[in-house]
Design a protein around this ligand. Structure first.
Ligand SMILES: [Zn+2]
Length: 196
C-alpha cells in the first residue's frame, strides 16, 4: 500500500490559494478524517485526499499534505485535467494530490456527486465484503489509468467503494454526506473487528 508519487504534470494558471466559501468546511473534514484514523500519517504526509466540486472545477488537498494540520494554502483548485496525459491545470500554491485524476473522472461520471473523500483504512478494506462494499475487480498500480478504469467500472449506484489493496472512496451530494458515510463504514468495520 505504499503510495509513490505518480508522474504527472501540473500547469499553474495562477499561483495563489483558491478562494471559496466552502474551503473551511473541507479543512474541517480533513481534520476529522485524520483524527478518526481514516487518513493515516506516513511521516508528515497523510494517506488520503479530499475534494469538493467548485465553480471552476474541483478543489482538492495538495500532494503530501498532513490532513490533520492543513490550511487553505494547501488546497488547490483544479480547473482542467487531461487524464490520459496525467496533466492538471490548477490555481494554487502547491501540487494537487496525485490522485486528482481519479477524483476528476468520478465527478465527470457522476454529476450528482459534489464531494469525494479518499482515505486508507485497513479495517474497512479487511471487512469490505462483509459490509457489502463494492471492491474493484483487479488490483491496479497506484497512479495508473488502469486503476482509474477499475474504479469507474464499479461506480454505478455506489456512493462508497474500495480500490483493492489500496483505499476507499466516499462520495456524496454534500461534504457531510461523503464524510458521514466514511465514518459510518469505519464504525461498522470496528464492530465486525471486535466481533459484535
Ligand atoms: Zn490512496
Amino acid at each position: 500500500m505504499t503510495e509513490s508519487v505518480a508522474k504527472f504534470e501540473t500547469v499553474f494558471l495562477e499561483k495563489k490559494a483558491p478562494e471559496n466559501s466552502n474551503s473551511a468546511k473541507l479543512l474541517e473534514w480533513c481534520k476529522r478524517f485524520s483524527e478518526s484514523g481514516l487518513a493515516p500519517l506516513d511521516g508528515e504526509k497523510s494517506h488520503g485526499n479530499l475534494s469538493f466540486r467548485s465553480g471552476n472545477g474541483i478543489i482538492i488537498t495538495s500532494s503530501g499534505s498532513n490532513l490533520g494540520n492543513c490550511s487553505e494554502n494547501e488546497l488547490v483548485e483544479v480547473e482542467g485535467c487531461e487524464t490520459e496525459k496525467f496533466c492538471a491545470k490548477v490555481v494554487g500554491l502547491s501540487e494537487p494530490s496525485s490522485e486528482t485524476f481519479i477524483h476528476w473522472e468520478i465527478y465527470g461520471k457522476l454529476p450528482e456527486v459534489n464531494a469525494i473523500f479518499h482515505g486508507h483504512s485497513e479495517l474497512i478494506l479487511k471487512h469490505a465484503t462483509e459490509l457489502g462494499i463494492s471492491v474493484t475487480e483487479n488490483f491496479a498500480q497506484y497512479g495508473t489509468i488502469e486503476l482509474i478504469n477499475e474504479i469507474l467500472n464499479i461506480l454505478e449506484g455506489n456512493m462508497f467503494i474500495v480500490a483493492r489493496e489500496h483505499g476507499f472512496f466516499a462520495m456524496g451530494k454534500s461534504m457531510e454526506d461523503a464524510g458521514k458515510l466514511a465514518l459510518e463504514y469505519l464504525e461498522k468495520a470496528k464492530e465486525l473487528e471486535e466481533g459484535k
